[in-house]
Ligand binder design. Structure first.
Ligand code: CTP
Ligand code: CA
Length: 228
């Protein structure tokens, strides 16, 4: 029904979305991840599809059904996610990075399960930084030429406006969407703060499905202005 009645604001657009957490292996049976549920990204994918876009969703490990009509690529690590995004981004006109990408991964994933050796010693993990998928896409030639509109997300635990504004500039994206986490992780509701070069605007607390529709309308309006 939603798909039938939704205004077709994104007809002709190809939307690429990252969603969910990533999982960074320690050994074949263990790893590091985070509490992102993927619900916000999946809601945006559903809303973009209902608005007439072609939608590709690159999803980390989540427990969510694929929205109808959306092409889904499942990935595990940040490096896997970057690879999938790199192959899809040349086709996209809008990139929305909602994924909670692990900032660091273990420097070496053990080939075999790490065993206790009986001494009581604990393993020490060394980390390396993961690639910044959003920043890389936002710096690509197509993004800089205005052919790929990039939207970032930020979950902050304090000073949302200041952190989100700084992050928008640092990532080089026209629009950054902030929310106060981690309380919203896994919830069906959220409240969003849209931050752009002109200022900011709040989308008050609502179901993620509704916020997905509002965000799609915002993006469509901004693309319309850019193209006008
Ligand atoms: N992001 C990404 N790749 C990363 C880290 C983040 O694509 N390796 C994207 C997220 O999907 C989000 C935005 O960048 O759209 C901001 O992510 P966030 O974790 O809030 O920012 P960081 O730059 O990682 O800074 P920090 O976690 O230290 O606040
Ligand atoms: Ca981060």
């Amino acid at each position: 029904l939603q798909a039938f009645f939704a205004p077709k604001l994104l007809v002709g657009q190809r939307v690429l979305i990252t969603a969910g957490p990533t999982f960074e292996a320690i050994d074949p049976v263990r790893g590091i991840t985070n509490l992102s549920s993927g619900k916000m990204g999946f809601a945006i994918a559903r809303a973009a599809r209902a608005a007439g876009a072609e939608v590709t969703l690159v999803a980390g490990p989540v427990h969510l059904p694929t929205p109808r009509g959306v092409r889904r690529i499942d990935v595990r690590s940040a490096q896997n996610m970057l690879q999938a995004v790199d192959t899809q981004a040349p086709e996209a006109t809008i990139f929305i990075a909602t994924a909670a990408v692990a900032d660091w991964r273990p420097a070496h994933a053990a080939e075999h399960k790490i065993k206790k050796d009986g001494s009581g010693d604990t393993p020490t993990l060394a980390f390396v930084e993961n690639p910044d998928i959003l920043a890389q896409v936002a710096q690509s030639a197509r993004a800089r030429a205005g052919q790929l509109y990039c939207v970032g997300f930020a979950a902050e635990s304090e000073n949302l406006l200041a952190h989100a504004s700084a992050k928008r500039v640092r990532k080089g994206v026209p629009l950054l969407v902030g929310n106060i986490g981690p309380a919203t992780f896994g919830q069906d509701d959220n409240a969003l703060l849209l931050v752009d070069a002109q200022g900011h605007r709040e989308l008050p607390r609502a179901p993620k499905s509704e916020l997905g529709r509002q965000l799609v309308a915002e993006i469509a309006r901004r693309l319309g202005e850019a193209g006008a």
